[in-house]
Design a protein around this ligand. Structure first.
Ligand code: HEC
Ligand code: HEC
Length: 125
């Protein structure tokens, strides 16, 4: 019942996220926030090693932020079957300070996600 009525295949397709997270100015059509375009051109969508590809869901809905890129088996309903990889609806990635005011655990997850997503190099000349 749940599966048929709620678990539609398009939820696994990141085009779904694009429908809200690419924002344009009504009337002019100018892109205001190009989250999808930025990701599409990024190395996360075009890695040399296909196993390193990361989509929106892989980063923002992962069951364990410290293990992004690995499957996290689990169940999503009481008594449900064990799935190879469960995703969650925490959508980690918002401003860690603001999230932290509400929930320190979510703040930790936001910082963890930042660390797995970028590296900085600095050189002093
Ligand atoms: C129906 C529209 C809609 C869809 C579809 C959608 N989102 Fe969102 N998302 C929102 C809104 C609205 C917010 C809250 C924005 C805010 O508070 O500024 C949000 C918040 C977020 C945030 C937290 C950012 C913040 O500023 O709080 C992340 C990360 C996120 N979404 C990722 C995703 C991903 C990944 C998908 C696809 C699986 C997705 N969203 C699909 C509308 C959507
Ligand atoms: C490699 C991991 C990764 C992938 C892939 C990824 N994101 Fe993010 N995303 C992040 C991180 C980390 C942040 C927090 C950035 C920051 O704090 O500046 C973030 C921030 C966001 C935010 C909040 C931005 C804000 O203004 O607060 C939204 C919404 C979002 N991502 C949506 C998406 C969507 C949609 C996709 C797919 C097209 C996607 N992300 C792909 C890691 C990822």
């Amino acid at each position: 019942m749940h599966k048929q009525s709620y678990s539609q295949p398009f939820y696994k397709d990141e085009q779904y996220c694009k429908s809200c997270h690419n924002e344009f100015s009504p009337g002019f059509g100018a892109m205001v926030v190009d989250t999808w375009g930025e990701w599409e051109k990024s190395s996360f969508n075009n890695p040399e090693n296909p196993k390193k590809r990361r989509g929106c869901i892989a980063c923002h809905m992962h069951g364990d932020i410290s293990k992004i890129g690995e499957d996290v088996p689990g169940i999503s309903t009481d008594g449900g079957r064990v799935k190879k990889n469960v995703v969650t609806h925490q959508v980690t990635g918002a401003n860690h300070f603001l999230v932290g005011l509400r929930n320190p655990e979510l703040e930790k997850m936001s910082i963890e996600l930042l660390k797995t997503s970028a590296s900085l190099e600095q050189s002093i000349t």
